[in-house]
Ligand binder design. Structure first.
Ligand code: AP5
Ligand code: MG
Length: 212
């Protein structure tokens, strides 16, 4: 299966992706996590990307597309679950061209959540420094995923000004993808405003139905 998770910042893409990738046995790639995996070593890729990420802007396509398509080439024999890519029409077309020998993606799933809820979620989020899994701020300060136990921190782009910018960028650049995939009969839309468990159930059942 080749799936894309579409959704605004805070929609719950990262929250849902790990269990979906385990349930359907497909590798998960978060483009944001891929960028952040360069943070500790302060690589050239991180130096080129950080300014955009911190401000809530998209990293230029020339950097992002190479990074993601290389990940696909190295990891996707069993399909993939892409979280955060594509994020504009040009990226979607580049992905389509790259997958040209196969039949392209199977489905793009848009997790829809109202802005007020997104802002609340992002303002109270912390993520694992090691595996990137998101949590809501609480008394927990270590990741609880299997043997991870990474420290939790607040992302640089979860400051109020960056959140506002990211939501605007989503509206302007990423939302057109909903129509793009709808036109190709690849779009599934689900309501992401319920509990984590109810959103997971909707996602799993919509994937199962679409795969019949
Ligand atoms: P990225 O890391 O992808 O960030 P994003 O798209 O802004 O999305 P988030 O990770 O903020 O939200 P999410 O949907 O994963 O929500 P989460 O599950 O954490 O990208 C960061 C940056 O990298 C971009 O701004 C850009 O600069 C760059 N970048 C990345 N991809 C790029 C691309 N393709 N092109 C160019 N640049 C790119 O949930 C949020 C919070 O809510 C958590 O605390 C969670 O616990 C909580 N929560 C989740 N679901 C629920 C629920 N149902 N009920 C209650 N709480 C919930
Ligand atoms: Mg995420």
């Amino acid at each position: 299966m080749k799936l894309i998770l579409l959704g605004a910042p805070g929609a719950g893409k990262g929250t849902q992706a790990l269990s979906l990738s385990e349930k359907f046995d497909i590798p998960w790639m978060s483009s944001g996590d891929l960028f952040r995996s360069h943070r500790k070593e302060n690589t050239d890729l991180w130096k080129q990307s950080f300014g955009y990420i911190e401000k809530g802007l998209l990293v230029p396509d020339s950097i992002t597309i190479n990074m993601v398509l290389s990940w696909i080439d190295e990891n996707s024999n069993k399909g993939f679950l892409l979280d955060g890519f594509p994020r504009n029409i040009y990226q979607a077309e580049s992905l389509e061209t790259h997958l040209d020998n196969s039949s392209g993606i199977d489905k793009a799933i848009y997790i829809s959540v109202p802005d007020e809820i997104l802002i609340d979620r992002l303002s109270s989020r912390v993520v694992c420094k090691v595996c990137g899994i998101p949590y809501t701020k609480s008394d927990k300060n270590k990741c609880t995923v299997k043997a991870c136990t990474g420290e939790l921190y607040q992302r640089e782009d979860d400051k109020p000004e960056s959140i506002k910018k990211r939501l605007q960028v989503f509206m302007d650049e990423t939302k057109p993808l909903i129509e793009y995939y709808n036109f190709r009969d690849k779009l599934i839309q689900i309501d992401g405003s319920g509990t984590v468990e109810s959103v997971r159930e909707s996602l799993e059942s919509s994937i199962l139905i679409s795969n019949k």
